[in-house]
Design a protein around this ligand. Structure first.
Ligand SMILES: CC(C)(COP(=O)(O)OP(=O)(O)OC[C@H]1O[C@@H](n2cnc3c(N)ncnc32)[C@H](O)[C@@H]1OP(=O)(O)O)[C@@H](O)C(=O)NCCC(=O)NCCS
Length: 147
């Protein structure tokens, strides 16, 4: 598997939109935001690709308050779930973000995925709340230990 950044107007980006639509939007009866929204605020896109250059997993990293970054749109293709690819993508994205000076991460976890993020060292912040009509949990992680 190869980890790399995804850029606009590429085949990789088209695969990313299809994966997010299938795994994250269609099941909720929602449509995808316009492509311009995906790149509006300097959001970085990361993907994990197999040997045929097929996208297996993706995650987006959007700028947050005080130099933090919010991870979102995390998805692993159904056929490749429960094989360690979600963990691999998250760890490589965290390393890339740490290298670029990011100190802390946050994310809005669907309640069905809280356990996954806890395994990766994310902590719950506050109570469960509704977003897109389904239960979510705010979670956070320090990339750089505070002195
Ligand atoms: C949730 C998701 C990203 C996890 O990715 P994955 O590749 O299946 O997870 P991995 O195989 O890397 O699992 C890493 C660890 O987390 C655990 N884990 C994975 N999914 C989990 C879940 N939903 N709940 C609890 N634990 C989970 C695994 O058992 C594994 O534990 P181990 O290291 O002790 O063996 C993936 O299943 C997915 O894309 N689901 C559909 C879309 C979605 O819910 N995205 C997240 C929205 S917030």
């Amino acid at each position: 598997m190869t980890f790399r950044k995804i850029f606009p107007e590429t085949n990789a980006y088209a695969q990313e939109r299809a994966l997010r639509d299938t795994l994250l939007r269609q099941p909720l009866g929602l449509t995808m935001d316009a492509e311009s929204v995906d790149w509006a605020d300097g959001t970085r896109h990361f993907g994990l690709f197999d040997e045929t250059d097929t996208l297996v997993a993706c995650v987006l990293a959007s700028p947050g308050p005080n130099g933090s970054v919010r991870l979102r749109q995390m998805a692993v293709s159904s056929a490749s779930q429960s094989s360690g690819f979600g963990r691999s993508l998250m760890q490589q994205a965290e390393a890339e973000l740490r290298r670029s000076g990011v100190k802390s991460l946050s994310l809005h976890a669907r309640d069905t995925a809280i356990g996954f993020y806890e395994k990766l060292g994310y902590s719950r912040v506050g109570d469960i709340y509704l977003e897109l009509g389904i239960p979510h949990q705010l979670m956070g992680k320090e990339l750089v230990r505070k002195e």
